[in-house]
Ligand binder design. Sequence first.
Ligand code: BEZ
Length: 256
Amino acid sequence: MRSTSRRPKRGPEILLRRSPAEKEESMPNHVESTTEEPSQTLTEIAQPASLPRLGMAAPAFEAVTTHGKIRLEDYKGGWVVLFSHPADFTPVCTSEFLAFAAIAPELRERGVELLGLSIDSPSSHIAWVRNIKEKFGIDIPFPIIADSNKEVASRYGMVMPGESKTETSRCVFVIDPAGIVRAMIYYPLTTGRNTDEIIRLIDALQTTDKHGVATPANWKPGDKVIVPPPGTMEEVEARLKAGFECTDWYFCKKSV
Ligand code: BEZ
């Protein structure tokens, strides 16, 4: 059950007049404008003004990385998988970095660049990458953002205060060539991500874009795709005559 001991007693004005300790806990750019009695603690509701949203422009940033300074804008025209991990020199994160390094060539074939991030310093990232090379014999081929001041992390809502106030959770943002957020995945600190799923997700998004279709549960390349459901009676008739593989008027598949 959620604790109510720190729940504010009044409406939104109290959220704008917080104690220094509460300000310290919260992330920048947060303004809550609800007129209802808050049902969460201040820490829980503290969020940047605009978190990433599917179908909206990915929040812009400039950052220091293991490959030098980058701007998200530099990646326009290609796909980006921006992912956060809790901390350098931790075992689950290390297993994930080995897995991300393994899929980097497959992603690059699909026009996708990886971009890692944690709230660690450039020196920590460099030392960890060197350690991974020394202990596992694997090069980490993609840049890792050193987000020591949490600037990118707070813009993307990567810190989940209920899990940790000092580490980013395991977030994945798929950003398309136009800079639009197309998918988001959030995993907890304790669960390493499935990189096959990330490739499957990219394949599904690129298939959707290329053919104007949707993809069913557990779809993988080569499987039939879903023809988006018709919106009018006329479209239903056209659909049924089109030669798709229809189980019913709303459930049609085809090969691409
Ligand atoms: C890890 O990467 O091993 C890890 C990081 C934070 C919490 C739990 C595990």
